[in-house]
Structures are given as structure tokens and as C-alpha cells.
Design a protein around this ligand. Structure first.
Ligand code: BGC
Length: 250
């Protein structure tokens, strides 16, 4: 497997990319970020990815992966919660090849974060079922069983009290609704206890930007499952996308 790859993380506010050292899981050199185009149509976002790669001067032999805030099933987006709806039905592999002139390995952003945590972070060497949740604009999930990813789980959309969970419990909603840590932790409690009753995992890993403030809310949760903060924080999507691209290229 290549020891150098490039990851691009596509989010609602920014498209970020960097080279990654796959021996250590660390970002090498500069991290390029450009604003996510508005509207964030497939062509506009693919063009932003092209600009990121150009700024990074990524050579033709370096595997490139990209993390998306949606499930990617055999290269195609079947459903989109928080980016432009025109993504639904798009073949991302074909789109990226057309705009970037090179193959790009697409995957879900939470799956990318999950792979990164297994390879380099909080889930490394953990046996059994690990659920990595990313708390951001939405809630993303990655389910990893004995180190192997079960792709495209969308457990951020489980129904709780008649609502799509992420519309009440994401970190974005905490900000929008101006919730205190305690009130938000009450919602997280419901969410994670529901999830543990459905999945009986061995470990929860909590990622997303808000996980840097884990001391404010993780100690308030009472769960049978151990729950720990992610270790890669804001590079998880980039590192996981790079890692997956190198695995596919190997
Ligand atoms: C999407 C997931 C994504 C998550 C985090 C959800 O709304 O459905 O695919 O992983 O947000 O971006």
C-alpha cells in the first residue's frame, strides 16, 4: 500500500484537502481549504476539489480519496441530507474523473472518520463492534466490526420521539437552538442509549469538531457502552479518505 495519499473532505462550509503520511496518519505539509460553493451542486463542488488538488500540487501517482456527507453506494449518492439535492443519483466516481482527470475514491465522511480512528486513533486494535459517530451539521455514523467497516450506515437518522435524530441532536442543532451542554447532553443520552439498545456495541467513539469539548458532555452520559472522544479531530475525514484511496489503489 502507498505510504502517501491525498484526502479531500467535503463539508457544508468548506472543502479541505491535504497529503497524508499513511505510516503515521498525520497530515503532511499545508492543508488547503476553500469555501464550499453555494449552491453546492455536484459540478461546483467537483471544481472546488480540482482547485484543492491543484493548490496541493498532488502528483499523478498519488492516490486521492474524497469524503462526502452522504452515503456512497457503488459510487452513487442515493440520498443527501445536508448538501444540494441535485446530488441524488449522481455517480461521484464519474463526476470526479470528468472534473479532475484522475480516479478519485469516494466514501461517506463518517466512514472515512471511522477508518481513520481504526487505523490511527481511538478505535485502533479494538475488537468487536465499534460505532464512530460524528457530531456536526448532521450526525454521521461508521460501524466497524473487528476492524472491518460496514459502509454507509446512516444511524444519525434513526427516529427518536418521532423525529429524525440528527434534527434534534447534532452539534449544529446545539448551536442553532442555543442549547446548554446539559440540555444537549440530555438529547445525546437518549440518542446513544437508543443506539446501544439497537446495536450492542463494544465502544462508541465521538468525533466531529465539538469532540474537542468532550469534557463538557461525555461525563454527563450514563451508558453501558464505553464512550471516548475521537483522536483525529478535524483531520479525520481527510486522513480516512486518503487511507481508503491507498487501500483501493493497492
Ligand atoms: C448524512 C450522512 C453523513 C452525516 C455527517 C448525515 O446527514 O446523511 O451521510 O455522514 O450527515 O455529515
Amino acid at each position: 500500500m502507498a505510504t502517501l495519499a491525498c484526502g479531500i473532505d467535503i463539508g457544508g462550509s468548506g472543502v479541505k484537502g491535504a497529503r497524508v503520511d499513511l505510516d503515521t496518519g498525520e497530515v503532511i505539509g499545508e492543508r488547503v481549504r476553500i469555501e464550499t460553493p453555494k449552491p453546492a451542486t455536484p459540478d461546483a463542488v467537483a471544481d472546488a476539489c480540482r482547485q484543492v488538488l491543484e493548490a496541493l500540487e498532488v502528483g499523478p501517482d498519488v492516490p486521492v480519496g474524497s469524503a462526502f456527507p452522504a452515503p456512497i453506494v457503488h459510487g452513487v449518492v442515493p440520498f443527501m441530507a445536508n448538501l444540494d439535492q441535485s446530488w441524488v443519483g449522481v455517480d461521484v466516481t464519474e463526476l470526479m474523473l470528468r472534473h479532475l482527470g484522475r480516479p478519485v475514491t469516494p466514501l461517506n465522511d463518517a466512514d472515512a472518520a471511522g477508518l481513520a480512528e481504526v487505523a490511527f486513533g481511538a478505535a485502533k486494535g479494538v475488537e468487536g463492534t465499534v460505532i464512530v459517530t460524528t457530531l456536526g451539521t448532521g450526525i454521521g455514523t461508521a460501524v466497524i466490526v473487528d476492524g472491518a467497516l460496514v459502509p454507509n450506515t446512516e444511524l444519525g437518522h434513526i427516529e427518536i420521539d418521532g423525529h429524525d435524530a440528527e434534527t434534534q441532536t447534532s452539534a449544529g442543532q446545539k448551536t442553532l437552538q442555543n442549547l446548554s451542554w446539559k440540555t444537549w447532553a440530555g438529547r445525546l443520552q437518549k440518542y446513544y442509549s437508543h443506539l446501544e439498545r439497537l446495536m450492542w456495541p463494544d465502544l462508541f467513539v465521538v468525533g466531529g469538531g465539538v469532540s474537542k469539548n468532550h469534557a463538557e458532555f461525555l461525563p454527563l452520559l450514563e451508558l453501558r457502552t464505553p464512550i471516548v472522544p475521537a483522536q483525529l479531530l478535524n483531520t479525520a475525514g481527510i486522513v480516512g479518505a486518503a487511507y481508503q484511496a491507498a487501500r483501493v489503489a493497492a
